[in-house]
Design a protein around this ligand. Structure first.
Ligand code: B16
Ligand code: MG
Length: 228
C-alpha cells in the first residue's frame, strides 16, 4: 500500500470506516455492464466495456446520460426514465439469480472483522439504490452499524452527501472517518466530506487519496491510522 498522509502523525485517529459497496465489497461491474449493453443494443447505441468504466460510482440517471452521448438522437426525460428503469430491471434480475455471498471480494470479510474486533464502527456509503438488495444477497444485511445509499441522497458522488449521512448515522465526526473507494467520483466525495480515503481498484492511482492499493486484499487493516 502506498500512502501520502496516513493521518497517524496528524489529525484525528479514525473511529469509523465507510465502505463504498460496488467495487469495494462486491464486484457488480459485469452485472451493470450486461444490463447497460442489453439496453444499448435495443436502442442501437454503441456501448463497450471501456464505456462501463466511466459509469463507476456515478448515479443511474447520470450513467444513462453518459451512455446516450453516443446516441444518434435526443431522448425526452420520460423516455430516459423508462430506459433507466428497464436497465434496472435487467440488473436486478441478474443480481437476483446470480449474486451470492461468494461474490464478496477477496479479503474483505477478514478486513472488516479485524476492524470490528478493534472497536472500529463500520458503515456503507454507496450511490446504489439497490444497496439493500445487494447486501441481502451477499449475506451482509445485518453487518453494518449504518448504511447510507442512493435512496437517501439528493446529490450523488462526487457530492459528499452520502458519506456525511453515513457519519451522522454512526455519530462519528467526518474527520474521524476513513472512506474506502474504487471510483474517482467517490474519492472526490470523501475528500469533500473532509474524510480520509483509501483508494483501491480502478481508483488506485488517484493522487487525491491518502492511501492507495491495487486491492483491499493487499491491505492489512492494522496499517490504517485507527484508534485502538
Ligand atoms: P444503481 P457504488 C454505484 O455504486 C455504482 O458504482 C455505479 O456503477 C452505479 O451506477 C450506481 O451505484 C447506481 O447504482 O443503479 O444500483 O442505483 O460504487 O457507489 O457502491
Ligand atoms: Mg464503487
Amino acid at each position: 500500500m502506498s500512502r501520502e498522509n496516513d493521518g497517524s502523525q496528524q489529525g484525528a485517529k479514525v473511529r469509523a470506516v465507510v465502505f463504498d459497496l460496488d467495487g469495494v465489497i462486491v464486484s457488480t461491474d459485469q452485472f451493470h455492464y450486461r444490463a447497460w449493453s442489453r439496453l444499448a443494443e435495443q436502442e442501437g447505441i454503441p456501448f463497450a466495456w471501456e464505456d462501463n468504466d466511466r459509469l463507476r460510482g456515478v448515479s443511474r440517471m447520470e450513467s444513462l446520460d453518459i451512455l446516450l452521448e453516443k446516441a444518434s438522437r435526443e431522448y425526452s426525460l420520460r423516455e430516459k426514465r423508462e430506459m433507466a428503469e428497464r436497465k434496472n430491471g435487467y440488473y436486478r434480475q441478474a443480481l437476483e439469480s446470480e449474486l451470492t455471498p461468494r461474490d464478496v471480494l477477496p479479503g474483505v470479510r477478514e478486513f472488516m472483522d479485524g476492524l470490528r474486533s478493534a472497536g472500529i464502527k463500520l458503515a456503507v456509503g454507496s450511490s446504489s439504490r439497490n444497496t439493500p438488495m445487494i447486501l441481502e444477497k451477499i449475506g451482509l444485511q445485518n453487518y453494518f452499524e449504518a448504511v447510507a445509499d442512493g435512496n437517501d441522497i439528493a446529490r450523488s458522488k462526487p457530492d459528499p452527501q452520502v458519506f456525511l449521512i453515513a457519519a451522522e448515522r454512526l455519530r462519528v465526526a467526518p474527520e474521524e472517518c476513513l472512506v474506502i473507494e474504487d471510483a474517482e467520483a467517490g474519492v472526490a466525495a470523501a475528500v469533500a466530506a473532509n474524510m480520509r480515503v483509501l483508494a483501491v481498484g480502478a481508483a488506485a492511482d488517484d493522487q487525491r487519496a491518502d492511501m492507495r492499493a491495487r486491492a483491499l486484499a493487499e491491505v492489512d487493516w492494522r496499517s490504517l491510522p485507527i484508534r485502538q
